[in-house]
Design a protein around this ligand. Sequence first.
Ligand code: FMN
Length: 468
Amino acid sequence: MENCLEYHRATAHTFGSVRRPHYLDWSNYPSPYKFYRDVRRFKLLPFNALTQETLDTLYRLCGEGATENLSLQELSNLAFAMNGITKVENFHGEEFGFRTTPSAGALYPFELYFFVRDIPELPNGIYHYQPYDHSLELLSEGNYFESLQTALCSTVDTNVVAVITAIYSRSAWKYRTRAYRYCLLDAGHMAGNGVAYLKSVGLDATAVSLFKDEPLNRLIGVDGKEEFALCVLMSQRPALYWGEEFTPPETFPGSLPVVRKPIVYSEIEEVHSLGNLNSCKFYRNVPASPEYFPETSSLDLGKTLFKRRSRREFTGEPITFEQFRFLIESSLLCFPSDWGFPLTNFYLQVKNVEGLLDGIYTIKNDQLVQVYNGDFSREMAFLCLGQGFVAYANVNVIFTCSFENLNCRRYRGAVMEAGALGENLYLSAESMELGACGIGAFYDFDLQSFLSLDGRELPLYVVSVGSL
Ligand SMILES: Cc1cc2nc3c(=O)[nH]c(=O)nc-3n(C[C@H](O)[C@H](O)[C@H](O)COP(=O)(O)O)c2cc1C
């Protein structure tokens, strides 16, 4: 494999590919939890109410916040906002926990780690977040912030840094080679929730995709192949750091495998390694804040995070132009990340929005521009592998990106950006009593030609939003 365009094209769904027989091996169903043996466990505090309104928070995601230390309560809330369990269902006698963050096929390939210092109730150290019982597992005690700065190529001015990883085999159990895309989308969704939480309590937040992979993976005790770091969340803007000091933990507690029989896809390991960085020679570009904030009224972010689910029961009833405007502006216009926002383009297939003609729109220089006029809801449902509910959405947002000059590290950024903005859409919709659902399953090339994209621009993700 030469580049990410090749990977993306090779993992496209086509009419033929989705009809080739593929059986799910239920005897090898992946565990959604990573269980460590013999670790010290620290119970976190229950997630407590947040009163900042969701739309207010989302509109201001790129605004400046404070760079201050987090308390135990704030760390507990951050962990929960990113990966907490908000619904438990019983499947064949076994309890299954659904999380704050959506995930393709509810396979939850992501894991969450924290570097922590100066929280009186916790020893300094590197921790793994255990969603199963909302606790932190101490992987190595000590202050590793010097080594963390070296791995991140950034100074760290606060006491908590989050790292999102993916164990790709969980997702690959169902989605095979296409799973790398879902790992990136899911990680973006999780980063979206983390950023929204930090901003809602007045802290700064940046999703950092540029770091040296090998040292960061070593610091959290993952091998960089089966499990790899994808995104770092800091409550500050990253700032250049050229130090070399690096002393990783000598040992880590053992963990149980998440699948009984190994699931290995060399294509995924290869495409990921093509994006690895081993020096600090990169350019970070964090977007500035938009200056326009309308008066809005929406549900509190805390309640929204708790209530968020993938909704498919759209009624098709019209939504107001104001709802549409708030949805799009609050979700798509900015995300505080270091990968050079925006790496994605958006196309909106719109139906039944009061005051707006049905059709396909795009956003150019923050302006809505109509590309085609008409009702394309049935075509969209067909393009999303015939998922009928897509036809009842008021807005289907299609994220695409141009692969021109897109190296594999920027590809990670682009797909995570689609996920993060997708999470904004979920939160924004939920806070206005609308529903949203991510769609990872679509005919890539047909959607590309439906939108008349040029050969090097391809779809990454679709998110449907509709009235309930
Ligand atoms: C990247 C991604 C792709 C998804 N693709 C689909 C899809 O094609 N069809 C669908 O009905 N749901 C899809 N979903 C929704 C998941 O099925 C859902 O998030 C998961 O079952 C967990 O449920 P919850 O979101 O209600 O917590 C997707 C979600 C994500 C994040």
